[in-house]
Design a protein around this ligand. Structure first.
Ligand code: NAP
Length: 251
C-alpha cells in the first residue's frame, strides 16, 4: 500500500500540501495526516477520494515517534512521499522570551523533523521523496527570530546532507524555502502588527508553494525558493558577509 504522510496538516501550508498531493497523486492508497487538532484532520478527510488517516499527535512529545513506527510496521505500507511541514516561529528577542517557547521551536522544527524522517525512511523505496519545509529564514540569521532562523538553517542543512546520503537510492530530498505566507503562523509567532519587515516583504500563495514543491520533489530537485525576490535574497546571503545581511534583514 503506497501512502503519503504530511505533518502539520491541519492548517495553512499543510492543508495546501494535502490538496496538491490529492490532485497530483490520485494513485495513492492512503494519506496520513499528522497534527494535534484531530477534528480538523477528520474534516479534511471528508470528500477525499483517497483514504485519509487522521493521526492526532503532538510532535514535540517523543513518545509519538515510537507510536508512528509501530503504526507503519503494523500497516505494512510503503511511503511514497513524506512532507515534514509542521513548524512554528516566534518573533521576540531571546532575552525577552520564555525558554519554553524557544525550546518548543527547536523540538518541533528540528527534533521532530529529524525523528519523523528517521522513523519513516525504512518504509521508503526508489521513487519516494521527502519534502522538508524550511524558510528564507534559513539563508542568514534574523535578529528577533534568532532561534526560528537557526532551526530553519538546520532544516536546510539536514536536507542537503540527507539528500547526499540517499544519492543512488532513488529517494529524493527537497528543502522548500518560502518567504512569508498569510497563514496562522503569523499569529502563532506573534508577528502580526509587530514587524515592519513583514509588512514590506512580498507574500507567497501557500497553494502555489506546496504544489510546486510536490512537483519539484518528484523531479529530483534539492531546493526550491519560491519567488524571484527571495531567490535573489538567497544569492545575496551567499555572497555578502552575514554580519552585513543581519543588519539589513532585521525582523
Ligand atoms: N507562514 C509563513 O510565513 C511561513 C514562511 C516560511 C516557512 N514557513 C513554514 O511553513 C510550515 C507550515 O507553516 P504554516 O505557515 O502553515 O503555519 P500554521 O498555519 O501555523 O500551521 C502549522 C501546522 O503545524 C502543526 N503543529 C504545530 N505544533 C505542532 C505540534 N506540536 N505537533 C504536531 N503538529 C503541530 C499545526 O497543527 P496543530 O496546531 O493542529 O497541531 C499546523 O497544522 C512551518 O514549518 C513554517 O515554519 C511558514
Amino acid at each position: 500500500m503506497n501512502i503519503a504522510i504530511i505533518t502539520g496538516a491541519s492548517a495553512g501550508l499543510g492543508q495546501s500540501f494535502f490538496r496538491s498531493v490529492c490532485a497530483r497523486h490520485p494513485d495513492l492508497e492512503g494519506i496520513w495526516l499528522i497534527a494535534r487538532r484531530r477534528e480538523r484532520l477528520e474534516a479534511m478527510a471528508q470528500g477525499c477520494p483517497i483514504p485519509v488517516t487522521a493521526l492526532s499527535m503532538d510532535l514535540t512529545d517523543p513518545a509519538c515517534y515510537d507510536a508512528l513506527q509501530e503504526r507503519l510496521t503494523a500497516a505494512g505500507v510503503r511511503v511514497k512521499m513524506l512532507i515534514n511541514n509542521a513548524g512554528l516561529g516566534e518573533l521576540d528577542n531571546v532575552i525577552d522570551s520564555d525558554w519554553r517557547t524557544q525550546s518548543r521551536m527547536v523540538d518541533l522544527n528540528c527534533r521532530a523533523l529529524t525523528a519523523v524522517t528517521t522513523v519513516v525512511l525504512p518504509f521508503m523505496a526508489a521513487g519516494s521523496c521527502i519534502v522538508n519545509v524550511s524558510s528564507i529564514a534559513s539563508f542568514a540569521p534574523n535578529a528577533r527570530m534568532t532561534v526560528y532562523s537557526s532551526t530553519k538553517a538546520y532544516v536546510s542543512s539536514f536536507s542537503k546532507g540527507l539528500r547526499e546520503e540517499l544519492r543512488g537510492s532513488g529517494i529524493n530530498v527537497l528543502a522548500v524555502c518560502p518567504g512569508p505566507m498569510k497563514t496562522e503562523f503569523l499569529e502563532v509567532a506573534n508577528i502580526t502588527g509587530r514587524s515592519p519587515m513583514f509588512k514590506l516583504l512580498p507574500y507567497s500563495d501557500p497553494d502555489r508553494v506546496a504544489d510546486r514543491a510536490v512537483v519539484l520533489a518528484g523531479r529530483g530537485r534539492g531546493m526550491y525558493t519560491p519567488r524571484l525576490f527571495f531567490k535573489f535574497y538567497r544569492l545575496l546571503a551567499k555572497l555578502l558577509p552575514h554580519a552585513l545581511i543581519i543588519k539589513l534583514c532585521k525582523t
